[in-house]
Design a protein around this ligand. Sequence first.
Ligand code: AMP
Ligand code: MG
Length: 495
Amino acid sequence: MAEAAEAMFSFDNSYARLPDRMFAGVSPDRAPAPRLLAFNRALAEDLALDPARLAGEEGLRVLSGARLPAGAEPIAMAYAGHQFGNWVPQLGDGRALLLGEVLDRAGQRRDIQLKGAGRTPFSRMGDGKAPLGPVLREYLVSEAMAALGVPTTRALAAVATGEDVVRETVHAGAILTRVAASHVRIGTFQYFYVRQDREALEALTHHVIARHYPQAAAAPVPALALLEAVMARQADLVARWMGIGFIHGVMNTDNMAVSGETIDYGPCAFMDAYRDAQVFSSIDAGGRYAYGNQPHIAHWNLAQLAQALLPLIAEAEEEAVKTAQAAIGRFPDLFKAAWLDQMRPKLGLTRGAQDDADLIAALLTVMEAGGADFTLTFRGLADLVSPEADGQAARALFTDPEGFDAWLARWRARLAEEPMPTTARAAQMRRANPLFIPRNHRVEEALAAAEDGNLAPFKRLGRTLARPFEAQPGAEDLAQPPGIGQSVTRTFCGT
Ligand code: AMP
Ligand code: MG
């Protein structure tokens, strides 16, 4: 009995202690007929939660919003943002609420959020609900990203609510329990900057520094050190996306977490055939968030963060602008270094050479010309390290393999500058080049089955994507690009 009375979560809600105009108190809707669809036991353990209790009856009530666990202080956070470059002064959590914060096993503070549990003061015209498809999609893709080694929000649970959610058609409703290092976005800073609310801006800056960048507190200008630290994490994050062919799809400033985690899995997608200008999102008509544009958008978004921090960078505006511009101007170099750090190991390179960026760009050029699959081309390179390898499997990925042959010769010459036993090099490369990514056609297939009540493909895909760098007997089909007629060319936000 004593055990049952113990709190399910040891919440310590630091955001709820900030000035109360930074959020709104809310309460979740009670799902009429909750049913657990997916539960992340390993993550629950990392969060020092009791998985059995959380996945049981009592947990289901919490994960569906029916019952608030002891210590929860549910709030919806205020934020603003640039959506596709257009300024929107008020967005905020419209279909998400922060239950509270816990300290994980490593002592790191993590947000526990319910997404799709009903309206908040920031919902505007929306219903605050989420359809099953997008919830399972975020579950699958965010967990795949984590397994791929990319900083990301995590998925603790997905629950069907038993309620209909009406979009263009009627869908089953669901709630995702999202876990994040924090949910502070660039747009959170913008919200207070445009309101000239210096007190809140300072409180937010303080909070973020203490939580994510404690070393910035000791810097001569902490806000500037914060900006530089966020720039470094964003450079690393976007470089990791580029290294696995990930297209976020909706890099609005309200969808960029200052922690450096990937957040907001709306219309995101992985490329099959490589194309620098690839776009999947149905609402990105101009290609603003195309694969190859992501580093530029990250830079643009960081400039918005810099602007929002101006009042804290220097008292004199002119000086603040000069300092911020100088910092932001360093992003392209920062990104290029981060990108090389991601791409070199993919080519089996351990040391840097002057021509590496060009060598990588040359591979991408022949891949694009030959319509080659991004993931399988990189994965296949490990089999080509030895000059004796015939390369037929990799060549078959290209409509016109001659360009690839020429590149191969150049690459092997470069490898010779860094001698290493072939098997060791190949093994290293397989740890840098995944075999399994959440391919759009497989994700869509799994979600369609789930909508029909069959969760088996979703579970199988999730299991496979948990070990993306390992060949898995029986899962070969999930590594393959879409066949004729299987290709998914459009993705939707699904809000
Ligand atoms: P997103 O496109 O998912 O980044 O969302 C942009 C804004 O719309 C955020 O403020 C969301 O909270 C809000 N929003 C998205 N979907 C809904 C919904 N179904 N109900 C209420 N607000 C929503
Ligand atoms: Mg969003």
